[in-house]
Design a protein around this ligand. Structure first.
Ligand code: TXA
Ligand code: MG
Length: 312
């Protein structure tokens, strides 16, 4: 049987751990989005993630571990900045890119760096403990499409996934922030749930991707392709929604009766963004018109996702 959604009780976790140890994949909740997990250092298990997602082989995966100590084992170098950031934000929605320990195999074997995080979700942490394996886990959706924030989203996008642990809706609703700490100045590779403001409180400076990267026309980290996080419908960004086509789905910051309204708080907006796009897609509309949120740094991750969703 495939696409089975189970509760993350002792029996559900035991089944999931058994599948993972056997080299299969399992979808599980994290505080950001649902992940499609597999033993990070099994070539065969990792290959199954790429196959199910139809993910291009050049796009490396994030490895999830339960503790900082486990993270350090995967790194050839663990800079002081990584320690400070991990101390402050792990478990949490921050992924650190560090130099990769030699001879790991599996995820990103061709790279000299590795992306690691400790997720802040009870089910994810219990699963990591039960499986006793570092888990590679990209978002549990077909490559380029909307990320899943519920177990149902996972099954709709990946009907062939053997098992999904149901942890309800994800708290942050948007992927982790990816930060490269291999150089003298930490470098933002993907804006995400953890704000730059919070990171700067620990590191001082953060090097930002260029405008071209943020609007999707250039790529800082392999996964940052121009089109990504996209609904089935064509997504169009506008400054104001004025006399929209009656057949279009609408996503608005401002209150209006004919639209999905996500409001003007960037964290609340992000938390419901993918779910709102899933709902609009479910209406079967050909076009989704999205009112651009404010152009301030607090909205960086939301703009990044909307721009990529709108790219063609
Ligand atoms: O919130 C998240 O990060 C979710 C949950 C499941 O943890 N995972 C997630 O994974 O978003 P994924 O595979 O959809 O995105 C991973 C991102 C990609 O942009 C990828 O290119 C980047 O991390 N990445 C992975 N390894 C890297 C590396 N060694 N160097 C630079 N970027 C890397
Ligand atoms: Mg993804």
């Amino acid at each position: 049987m495939t696409g089975e959604i189970v509760l993350p009780d002792a029996a559900g976790l035991a089944r999931a751990a058994e599948l993972l140890r056997a080299g299969s994949v399992v979808a599980f909740p994290t505080e950001t989005v649902y992940g499609l997990g597999a033993h990070a250092f099994s070539e065969q298990a990792v290959a199954e993630i790429y196959r199910l997602k139809n993910r291009p082989s050049w796009n490396p995966l994030i490895v999830h571990v339960p503790t900082v100590a486990e993270a350090r084992k995967l790194a050839a170098e663990w800079p002081g900045t990584a320690d400070e950031l991990a101390d402050r934000f792990w478990p949490g929605p921050l992924t650190l890119v560090v130099r990769r320990a030699a001879d790991l195999g599996g995820v990103g074997a061709a790279n000299d760096t590795i992306a690691i995080r400790v997720p802040a979700h009870d089910v994810a942490l219990r699963l990591l403990e039960a499986a006793g394996l570092p888990l590679a886990a990209p978002s549990a959706n077909r490559s380029e499409s909307l990320s899943p924030t519920t177990a149902e989203h996972v099954v709709r996008s990946l009907p062939d996934v053997p098992l999904v642990l149901d942890g309800g809706a994800c708290r942050w609703g948007i992927e982790s922030t990816v930060l490269d700490v291999t150089g003298a100045t930490p470098r933002l590779l993907r804006p995400g749930a953890l704000s730059l403001r919070a990171i700067r409180e620990v590191t001082g400076r953060v090097a930002l991707p260029s405008e071209a990267v943020l609007d999707g026309s250039a790529r800082p980290s392999p996964g940052m392709s121009k089109r990504h996080y996209a609904p089935r419908a064509r997504l169009v960004l506008v400054d104001e929604i004025i006399n929209p086509d009656k057949s279009a789905g609408l996503l608005s910051v401002d209150e209006r009766p004919d639209a999905e309204v996500l409001g003007d708080d960037p964290e609340e907006y992000a938390a419901d963004l993918y779910a709102a796009l899933h709902r609009l897609d479910d209406l079967g509309v050909a076009t989704i018109i999205v009112q651009k949120p404010p152009a301030t740094e607090d909205w960086l991750a939301v703009h990044d996702r909307l721009n990529r969703a709108a790219a063609r």
